[in-house]
Design a protein around this ligand. Sequence first.
Ligand code: PEP
Length: 255
Amino acid sequence: MRKALVAGNWKMNGRAKQNGELISSLLSGLEQQALTESVDVMVFPPSVYVSQVKALAEGSPLGVGAQDLCEHADGAFTGELSAGMLSDCGCAAVLVGHSERRAMFGDTEARVAAKVSAALEQGLVPVLCLGETLEERDAGETLKCVEAQFESAVAGLEAGQIEQLVLAYEPVWAIGTGRTATPQQAQEVHAHLRGLLAGKSAEAAATVRILYGGSVNAKNASELFAQPDIDGGLVGGASLKANDFLAICQAAASS
Ligand code: PEP
């Protein structure tokens, strides 16, 4: 039985004061509703605020991760952050291959694979983001696209490493657009990904959590999370509002 996971991707949002208010509301809501008994909850703030959020969440079950990492370990990579640094600051996980990184910051398939390996080497859980564009969906290439992304990212990994991953299916056309995949559209892709995991290791297929992301909100979360292969959500916009994010966590807890 996989425990649901709800992950909040803050993207490039937040300031120290707002972060403090958001975390304080989240922590009290999670505790009052005893949500973390049945759902793991994580936030992914901008990296400069990871230490602040870690300190605020100290002693609570709220996990903290980073939104990206550099594939290299140390050295002359001005502006970059390594897996070792993120781990040192208390990150437990890191998003890899988010569509915004792929589209705007040159995250090729090769870089995504290198980032996944770098994260694993430092004990960070890579949350590997995959998803098709609208053109690919309209061309009937959704499964082919996510399969190619998945296979490329895990090509150099052993079964035991694949078992450490979290996958996030995020159709590009649904991210930040208010347009959500239907539960059936999402389930079809999640089931396909589950099959690909099974091809690597039965343990991976049984234990790896596959999150859905793309305009998840308090209203559509329950129906999405009720699908057999959807194990929670990667939430962008709605993770910035404590009540909305808590309602999504509640939906995952009751799924
Ligand atoms: C995301 O950034 O991963 C995301 C899913 O964003 P949103 O929920 O705003 O669509």
